[in-house]
Structures are given as C-alpha cells and as structure tokens.
Write a protein that binds this ligand. Structure first.
Ligand code: ATP
Ligand code: MG
Length: 273
C-alpha cells in the first residue's frame, strides 16, 4: 500500500477546507479505505471538529513531529496518531504549529520538505493521507504542496472571480516547477452553494476562460446547510450530526468521485519515459 496524498488548499479563509478534509476522510473510511488526516492549521480546527478540543487531549502534535524531523531526531509518527471513533486516524495540531512555521522559515536548507519527510513515513500504512491547510500561502502550505500528489480546492462560488484563485494556481504552478513536478489538481469543489442556479458547465466555461482550461471542477458541489454549520461545534461529523441531510449526501457523492478519479488515474496508460 502506498497512500495517495491529497491536500485541501485555498488561502481564502472559511471556504470549507476543514469541513471537506473531515467529510471526505470519513467518507472514504466508510468505503473501507485506511485514512490519515493531518491537521496542518495552527488553529487546530480539524482536530477540534473531530472532538479534540482541548490541547490536553494529545501530547504529540504535527508541530512536535516536524520539530523532531528538523532536529534530526528519531520520530515515529505512530506514537502520536489519534484513532477516531469514525474510523480515521489523525495527527492533530495546536497553536505550537505557528512557531514551527516561523522556525521553518529560518532554516537554511530543506525548509519546504519537512512535512514531506513525515508523510513519506506514513504512506505505507494508508490508502489516503489528507492534509487540511491553513488559509495562507505560507511555509506550512508550501510544505503541504511539496508533499502532495494532488490538491482539492474548495471555493465558494460567489467568490470565484476574486484574484485569490489565480494566486493559488500560480503557487501550484511554481511548486510543480521547483519542488514537486507530480503535483496535480483534482479539482475545484464548490462549497456552501446557496442557489440552484449554479450550473457546472457554465462555471467550467468561466474557469476555462479565466484560467486557460484544464482546471477540473468536481461534479459534486456542497450545498449550504445550517446543520452543517452546527456540526463542528458538536465535535461530530456531518454523517453523525445529519446523516440524511443534503450535505452528508453531497460529501458521499464527492467521496465516490474521488474514488472514481483514483481508478481512472490507475487505468491511465503512462506514456513511455
Ligand atoms: P479556514 O480558512 O478558517 O480554515 P475553512 O476553509 O477550513 O476555514 P471551514 O472551517 O470548513 O472552512 O468552514 C467555515 C465555516 O463554514 C465553518 O463554521 C463551517 O462549519 C461552515 N460550513 C462549512 N461547510 C458548510 C456548509 N456546507 N453549509 C453551511 N456551513 C458550512
Ligand atoms: Mg480550516
């Protein structure tokens, strides 16, 4: 087994990165996949929304693991992994990660690759490793881009025209050029969709016009729902909080699409080198 590594990235805040990391991760676990979630945000929102609200809930965090790697100390990720009742593993984060990021910035060498080193250790044990990024294009997000096989970009449809997406796509292109030539974009995922007027094809055309095509858009989009907005505070996933609701259904759809994409990529014939 070697995990496929996906990251949720968008430097715009509040677009549904954390909700999607959790709901996709648990959705894939429900399909029998082995999943590791990594909370890559110093705010610790993913950890909190899985119910680990108290820093005392865990001794080991992403920050302490990354610092061991930086210092060249032995590090076994399994010692810090939390096993969640909904079938996913988690490497949690806390505010310490903000210091780690500053520390990274000051490193003379290899500062973009520390998370990659950690993730390489985890790959044999999982089908998917999913990293929730913080809303910035800082060193933590660059580490995630360098470590990933692919990026999922949650976007609120209303904000599509902002310059943010362009910046993110530029960072992805630069990551490909300098750090990680394999990096793919799985797609843009529309979240918190309020109206029925969002037609995928229309949006796809808009994106093609604005960004020169080849940025796929997921067929599934995630509707807005008050029940979904409540669930992080309860420390429960949408599948537990509102199992028959439209957001749970939409995330099940996204889960199937991601599994489908994986099969297609597997099937794709690679051209000879
Ligand atoms: P940040 O950039 O701060 O990390 P984010 O991109 O991770 O934010 P989330 O935390 O997933 O975004 O979502 C932002 C807020 O919107 C949260 O309060 C979340 O509960 C809520 N939310 C997420 N998805 C939905 C939805 N489909 N319907 C309603 N509310 C939602
Ligand atoms: Mg978040």
């Amino acid at each position: 087994m070697t995990a496929n590594v996906k990251i949720l990235a968008n430097q715009k805040g509040g677009v549904g990165k954390t909700t999607t990391a959790e709901s996709l991760g648990i959705g894939l676990a429900q399909k029998g996949k082995k999943i590791l979630l990594i909370d890559g945000d110093a705010q610790g929102s993913l950890s909190a929304s899985l119910g680990y609200t108290d820093r005392d809930d865990f001794d080991v965090t992403l920050a302490s693991m990354m610092e061991k790697i930086i210092r060249g100390q032995p590090m076994d990720f399994q010692e810090g992994v939390l096993h969640h009742s909904e079938g996913v593993d988690l490497i949690p984060a806390s505010i310490d990660l903000a210091n780690t990021e500053l520390f990274l910035v000051g490193l003379p060498m290899g500062r973009e690759r520390v998370l990659s080193k950690l993730i390489e250790q985890t790959r044999p044990y999982y089908d998917f490793v999913i990293v929730d990024c913080q809303p910035s294009l800082g060193m933590m997000t660059i580490n995630a881009l360098a470590a990933a096989d692919s990026v999922i970009i949650p976007v609120q449809a209303d904000f599509l025209s902002t310059r943010g997406l362009q910046q993110l796509l530029k960072s992805i292109a630069q990551t490909r050029e300098y750090l990680n030539p394999r990096l793919q974009v799985d797609g843009i995922l529309f979240t918190m969709v309020n109206s029925r007027t969002v037609f995928n094809r229309e949006i796809q055309e808009k994106i093609n016009a604005a960004y020169g095509a080849s940025i796929p858009v997921f067929e599934s989009s995630i509707p807005y729902s008050v029940r979904a907005a409540e669930s992080p505070a309860k420390g429960r996933s949408i599948y537990q909080h509102d199992p028959d609701g439209k957001v749970a259904a939409a995330y099940r759809g996204l889960t199937s699409e991601v599994l489908e994409q994986g099969r297609d990529q597997h099937r794709a014939v690679r051209p000879p080198a």
